[in-house]
Design a protein around this ligand. Structure first.
Ligand code: SF4
Ligand code: SF4
Ligand code: SF4
Length: 753
């Protein structure tokens, strides 16, 4: 990923954009953190937030007219947070803190003329930034009078003025302000601010200042508008003037990058979907500590996190896409990548739910896919991440499983049925039944058994994907480029993207048009539907399936995450290869999404849910029912899946086309039984019966084996490519009983060959 690309991605995730209240506050007080602390009754700590942001905090916190309320997201769920009341409570009850320590001196003299609220705030801001500030005024009466109208005592103002002096400002009260004085003071300073609320226009009239800079027609002289009545906007004018004077004395642009200085609308999105409406705690008589806490707790701590709320993968890695994009970028910059980051990249299911819920359409799946591709390119993808799935894909497209034929007895195909490699692996007899039904009701339907290439796509192996799609295209063209009937939603999506020249239709829409086959189940009942993530944004597919279920008398219950908001079962993106424990926990969550038994139209969803012990059917199980395919049947293991594919091909070749099935390999003749421990380890470590048979054949033919003296078991191994398979066994005549199996990628050097 290039830096520019990273920046673009980072900027699209708005999770840590400024909350609306802070953006709308003319002084940008961190109202969110303030509310969090107040909600925990940490009043002293909350005060430090105000004291560090507000000029004259003891005064302003008591009189702020809280324009942030208009922007508060809580406004639409009971009412905006009473920020003004909370700030006042905090000011009255928190332990006092020392005035802020000014920055080192800038050696620039600034004169402030007039001591209205804006003049005092400007003096505060500039003193704090290290300017040598001298404030001239006739008296502080103007500020006192304005504040007393708002219930702030003269003593409080005097305390803040004393703080201003402690910070280093020089005060020159009791000064007769005249035009001559203003003129002479201008000669003696680097910049001047005139508080037009406290200085009459006869003494100094520079007209209305520039709205952005508060500059006047006189260089180095700044002033404020006369018509501002909101105290917080008056204070903000003091800060704006300080910003301008800082720029002016540094000789930098007076206008560049000042858009976020005043109030603005933030890009942050915060959903109120799960927020209960609650009215503000009344503060007519001021707050007690408990009331203040309760009001502060109404703050929903605005943030986006829409994707994290719905995606267990994002939740699991404890961050959000903006952070992950940065981590992925950093991971690409180092030689091998960290284990944690690699696992994170390989754990996304590429299901697209994040993009659907994100207000900015951020697709984390695409980010992870690009990262996987880069890892492949740079050779940093751990070999173990997707190896088994890719071997499985090669098997599905290999001689033992792949098949392409016109319908028996015909030389051309109008259609070709493409059930996909997982349906043939999990429910071969349902594929057979579906194909028979298609042949009966449509003319000239050929058959293509192979994998669509989705595993290569998910693994980030573009070259392999192209190769698989190229072979598929050639095979399809060899059949005369017929319309392709697809049953698996992942195949449908993958083929539509990879074979755009083909006309591809879902088996479900054909069945909807034709009506269910005669053999379809009549049992009916209520079932929860599980939409596969690959069917997201495919309204027609979702509707066809519901219509078919209706047609066989099944009443459908829609769990919370259905249709376009469907969640992945844990299989997508090859998650179960890279992070099996996370895949299991996702499947369990899917299984808990409804009390009813599930029905789905992706066989991997069916099998993932069934692995958790929850009853689940594939739609074929209702449309082409068989006793062996009840909702409580277990998910077939990895070896059986392969065997199912190979047997299906053999059976179809023999029964339909009257051709010989492929020849058996020598290892297939090895008869073997497994202990429970061996069977469990094989499933967990993706060791196939054929891998074990190869070891046993090798041991039998070469005599290369060890004896475990403790139990008399024999041990042998084979390393076909990069993985070494070990088998612990005993002979049972010509057959073998396998007690344990394991595998590793270490290459042990030396020793006897
Ligand atoms: S939904 Fe997720 S990716 Fe989109 S802005 Fe929010 S946190 Fe960022
Ligand atoms: S709910 Fe809280 S964080 Fe959100 S805008 Fe209102 S005060 Fe700010
Ligand atoms: S693509 Fe799916 S699994 Fe990946 S981050 Fe988005 S929602 Fe989560």
């Amino acid at each position: 990923m290039e830096q520019a690309e990273l920046r673009e991605l980072e900027s699209r995730c708005i999770q840590d954009e400024t909350p609306q209240c802070i953006a709308a506050c003319p002084l940008h007080v961190d109202a969110k953190t303030f509310c969090a602390l107040m909600g925990q009754r940490r009043v002293d700590k909350a005060w430090t937030i105000l004291a560090k942001t507000l000029p004259l905090p003891g005064v302003l916190a008591r009189i702020c007219d809280a324009p942030c309320k208009e922007a508060c997201i809580r406004k639409d769920a009971g009412g905006a947070i009473e920020m003004g009341c909370l700030e006042r409570f905090c000011a009255e009850n928190a332990k006092a803190v020392a005035p802020p320590r000014p920055l080192p001196s800038r050696r620039k003299r600034v004169t402030v003329v007039g001591a209205g609220l804006t003049g005092l705030c400007a003096a505060w801001e500039m003193t704090r930034r290290g300017f040598d500030v001298t404030l001239y005024c006739q008296s502080f009466d103007c500020a006192r009078a304005a504040l007393s109208e708002r219930g702030v005592s003269a003593e409080l103002l005097d305390k803040e003025i004393a703080s201003l002096v402690t910070m280093g400002a020089h005060l020159m009260p009791d000064t007769e302000i005249s035009s001559d004085l203003v003129e002479s003071l201008m000669e003696d300073c680097d910049a001047m601010f005139i508080d037009s609320d406290d200085v009459s226009s006869e003494v100094a009239d520079f007209g209305q200042p520039d709205g952005l800079t508060l500059g006047t027609q006189r260089a180095g002289v700044f002033t404020c508008r006369r018509d501002e009545s909101s105290p917080v906007f008056q204070a903000a004018a003091g800060r704006r003037a300080a910003n301008s004077i800082e720029r002016y004395t540094q000789g930098v642009s007076m206008v560049l990058k000042r858009e976020l200085e005043g109030p603005y609308k933030s890009r942050l999105f915060t959903s109120l979907a799960d927020v209960e409406s609650a009215p503000p705690v009344s503060c007519e008589a001021g707050y007690s500590e408990v009331e203040a806490k309760n009001e502060a707790k109404r703050c929903i701590q605005c943030e986006c996190m829409e994707c994290v709320k719905v995606c267990e993968y994002l939740h699991h890695f404890k961050g959000y896409p903006k952070v992950y994009a940065r981590q992925i970028y950093n991971n690409e910059s180092i030689v091998m990548g960290t284990r944690q980051a690699n696992t994170m990249i390989n754990s996304c299911m590429m299901c697209g739910l994040c993009e659907t819920v994100c207000p900015e359409d951020f697709d984390m799946g695409e980010v992870c896919l690009q990262a996987r591709r880069t890892m492949i390119e740079k050779g940093t993808m751990p070999q173990s991440a997707h190896e088994f799935a890719l071997r499985d894909m090669a098997f599905a497209n290999g001689e033992k499983s792949a098949l392409a034929r016109h319908a028996p007895g015909v030389q051309a195909s109008e259609y070709v049925f493409f059930p996909g490699c997982q349906l043939t692996a999990s429910g071969p007899d349902s594929v057979e039944a579906a194909y028979a039904d298609l042949r009966k009701r449509l003319s000239d339907v050929g058959l293509m058994l192979r994998c669509c290439g989705a595993p290569a796509h998910w693994a980030g192996r573009e070259a392999l994907m192209e190769e698989a799609m190229g072979e598929l295209r050639e095979t399809w063209q060899g059949l005369g480029s017929p319309k392709i009937i697809v049953a698996c939603p992942t195949c449908l999506k993958t083929l539509r993207a990879g074979l755009p020249e083909a006309e591809i239709v879902s088996h479900w829409s054909i069945l909807r048009a034709l009506g269910p086959a005669e053999c379809a189940s009549k049992a009916g009942g209520i079932m929860a539907i599980n939409d596969p993530c690959a069917a997201r944004h495919n309204a027609m597919l979702q509707e066809d399936v519901r219509a078919l279920l209706d047609g066989v008398g099944v009443e459908v219950v829609e769990p919370e995450f259905s249709g376009d908001r469907a969640k992945c079962c844990g299989y997508g993106g090859l998650l179960s290869e890279a992070n099996p424990s996370l895949a299991e926990s996702l499947a369990e969550k899917r299984a808990l999404a409804a009390e009813e038994d599930f029905v789905t139209y992706c066989v991997m969803c069916r099998d993932m849910i069934a692995k958790t012990g929850k009853k689940a059917l594939h739609l074929y199980d209702l449309l082409y029912p068989a006793e062996t395919r009840g909702a409580d049947r277990p998910s077939p293991g990895y070896s059986l899946r392969r065997e199912n594919r190979a047997r299906l091909k053999e059976r179809l070749l023999t029964d339909l086309w009257h051709e010989e099935g492929g020849s058996a390999e020598p290892f297939e003749a090895i008869q073997v039984r497994f202990s429970d421990l061996a069977a469990e380890n094989m499933e967990q470590r993706r060791i196939l019966v054929s891998d074990v048979q190869k070891v046993l054949l090798h041991a039998r033919d070469t005599g290369n084996m060890f004896v475990n003296k403790e139990n008399g078991h024999l041990l042998s191994y084979v390393r076909p490519v990069v993985v070494t398979y070990w088998v612990e066994f005993e002979r049972e005549g010509e057959a073998f009983l396998v007690h344990n199996v394991w595998s590793h990628r270490m290459h042990i050097m030396g020793g006897r060959k």
